[in-house]
Design a protein around this ligand. Structure first.
Ligand SMILES: [Ca+2]
Ligand SMILES: [Ca+2]
Length: 226
């Protein structure tokens, strides 16, 4: 049974089988599934028609070492490297340096024909390969287009076992558009994986933030959350 996460909820990554045996979730995907916006447009000869408007969410992640001085990152390689350098940030990449996390690549539209049940951007995680000195991994999303989260018809974040194109079993999911708090917001710190006494846990943070670009969200995580 998948867990429906509430904002602020913390879970450990223990799976229970039908027989009651428990095991640890170590290899899974963190995915975001979202839909394009439908807007009413006036037709030339009167009346209106529904038009789909693409929504470009970007799923990124920052991995923080236990000295809180060093970090590794996953964000789009298409972000302008000169602009990043001005903010003191390295160029984007789709994998973590330890090889534990891998991003599926940029989706720029969201689902145009309704919910296809698959996530549009996914980060595959193998906790056993995470660098031993990294103990916090934050996942966050930014909207590269103009809409706020409240306008998007559906946007869900979930942890599941499988691959970017195949969902075997959903472990936990978190709906990010239903909260009125998200009105006018374009970025969100969605959650973190963290290691406590050698055990990985997940915290569904779900904080929408007033940031306009992803670098501000990253700075906010380092300063206020880590
Ligand atoms: Ca995107
Ligand atoms: Ca989808």
């Amino acid at each position: 049974m998948a867990i429906n996460l509430q904002k602020g909820q913390k879970i450990d990554l223990t799976k229970k089988s039908a027989s009651g045996a428990t095991s640890k979730l170590t290899k899974f995907c963190v995915g975001v599934n979202w839909g394009a916006i439908e807007v009413e447009k006036k037709k030339f000869f009167g009346g209106t028609k529904k038009v789909k408007q693409a929504v470009d969410l970007d799923l990124s992640c920052i991995m923080i070492y236990n000295d809180k001085q060093r970090f590794d990152h996953i964000y789009s390689p298409e972000y302008n490297p000169q602009a990043l350098a001005k903010m003191g940030l390295p160029p984007g990449k789709l994998y973590s340096s330890d090889g534990a996390l891998q991003h599926s690549g940029d989706d720029r539209t969201g689902d145009l024909d309704g919910d296809d049940g698959l996530d549009n951007e996914i980060i595959s995680v193998d906790l056993d390969r995470v660098h031993p000195d990294i103990d916090q991994i934050y996942f966050f999303i930014n909207n590269a287009t103009n809409e706020d989260f409240y306008q998007i018809p559906f946007a869900k974040i979930r942890m599941y076992e499988g691959t970017p194109s195949r969902v075997d079993e959903v472990y936990a999911s978190f709906d990010v558009v239903s909260d009125p708090e998200y009105r006018g917001k374009k970025s969100m710190i969605m959650g973190k994986l963290y290691r406590r006494n050698g055990e990985w846990k997940f915290n569904a943070i779900g904080d929408a933030t007033p940031d306009q670009v992803f670098a501000q969200t990253m700075g906010r995580i380092i300063k206020n959350y880590a």
